[in-house]
Design a protein around this ligand. Sequence first.
Ligand code: PGA
Length: 314
Amino acid sequence: MVGGQSAPKAAHDSNRFQVPQAPRVLSTNGEIGASRRRVLEHDNCGVTTRNSKEKQHFGDDMARLKKLIAGNWKMNMLHADGAALARDIVEGADSTACDLLLCPPSTLVSWIAETASGSVVSVGAQDCHEAENGAFTGDISASMVRDAGGSHVILGHSERRHGLGETDARVAAKTTAAHGVGLVAIVCIGETESERDAGETLNVLTRQLDGSLPSGDDDGDINGTNTVIAYEPVWAIGTGRTPTLEEVAEAHAHIRAHLEKQVGEAGAGIRYGGSMKPENAGDLLAIENVDGGLIGGASLSADSFLAIAAAATT
Ligand code: PGA
């Protein structure tokens, strides 16, 4: 239900709170491992501290109050360094009041999920294929992410849109696949520098939202429980540059307003990404409609990642 094609969902639509059926995830010997058990017990927005009664009462609004600080490790970390980083973050995480998510390379999802098992830290992947399985050399499916202990998946990151030609339609198909196995889809959108210079930023965001979230028969109940939007200006990623606070506020308010038309009042949470670091996190995270951050470079150090999480808490 996107792009104003049908009436916005009622804020109290009971379907909004339905958690997609988790697949039964078994190890090869048929036992449910600790990290897999945690995924099955986990609610789908990564908020492990709410019980289902609270969730029904406060619904998505409560989920939105809790900020999500997500680390996108990109193509970094071998096992030893990744495990040490995850351990340091898990140990420091208890003092933060926001949700933490680590998205390591797919080779490490299972390892990091084991390390994070039983903690407040969730684990996700950086991409998945839209097909359930098949001849797609080098790809992983949404159910493989889930099977490895992941609860989230980043989709449509600009490094895939612009580096690998990933289209809005492809991102929408992947989002449907992620929802199908109970993963939270983190759908990335954002303008290039030339689009911003041309005054096209808000139009680009509208077009990407309309195209990258499933619609029609594939709608699949987009909501604050199964979908996160990450606003990531392409020109701010890995450059040390960020939009002004006013520009971030304008983009997030626009995304919020458009999401309300697309998926109903509470909608998905909106995270900012692009050169977020401890020095600017407090200001960025204090902006209205900035519900957390997607952190690249600064997530590769436990100290800076936890400092950003601390900024989200205060
Ligand atoms: P950055 O990356 O924090 O290094 O700019 C953000 C991202 O790509 O998600």
